[in-house]
Design a protein around this ligand. Structure first.
Ligand code: ROI
Length: 161
């Protein structure tokens, strides 16, 4: 089993509910168990003119191979009504593989660690709720250093219902 962290985001159709149903779908993947879910966080879209996003991170333990997991995540996105009308467009659900055990993956469909992890407070702070305090990414960077370089600005942590 390898520990995986999934970044989740939604800015359409009741985002908090989208994230909660996504977590339930993740928990039901074959050869996979759910190890945790972070708090939800709201922030403005990085692209102007879109609704605010709600984001969270989930931790999974899985025996699935990376591309099999990616296929499964895309099936969950589609089943929750995601329409790919424009790149970076608003979406009901976005699921990104952030970290996959100690692996460095560089394939056309999948780069791990996720290439924009370090720029995204809405990924790093929920990840830090779940990950060990001394987590190092497969490329050697420490989560602690990434957090120091990415201030908690514009993020609003939501109280759980
Ligand atoms: N902005 C925020 N705050 N959260 C996201 O998940 C997110 N996802 C995106 C873009 C449009 C880049 N902006 C985002 O894809």
């Amino acid at each position: 089993m390898e520990r995986i962290y999934i970044g989740m985001g939604s800015n359409l159709c009741a985002p908090a509910e989208q994230l909660h149903s996504a977590v339930q779908a993740l928990a039901q993947l074959p050869r996979t168990s759910l190890a945790g879910m972070s708090s939800l966080y709201q922030s403005d879209s990085l692209l102007p003119g879109q609704p605010r996003y709600t984001n969270a991170v989930a931790a999974l333990d899985t025996d699935l191979a990376p591309l099999a997991l990616l296929d499964a995540l895309q099936a969950i996105e589609n089943s929750q009504g995601r329409e790919r009308l424009e790149r970076w467009g608003p979406r009901t659900l976005d699921l990104d593989i952030l970290l996959f055990g100690d692996r460095l993956i560089d394939e056309p469909r999948l780069k791990v660690p996720h290439y924009q992890l370090q720029e995204r407070a809405f990924v790093l702070y929920p990840l830090a709720e779940l990950a060990p305090a001394d987590l190092h990414l497969a490329d050697g960077r420490s989560l602690r250093d990434l957090l120091k370089a990415c201030p908690f600005v514009g993020l609003e942590r939501l109280l759980q219902p």
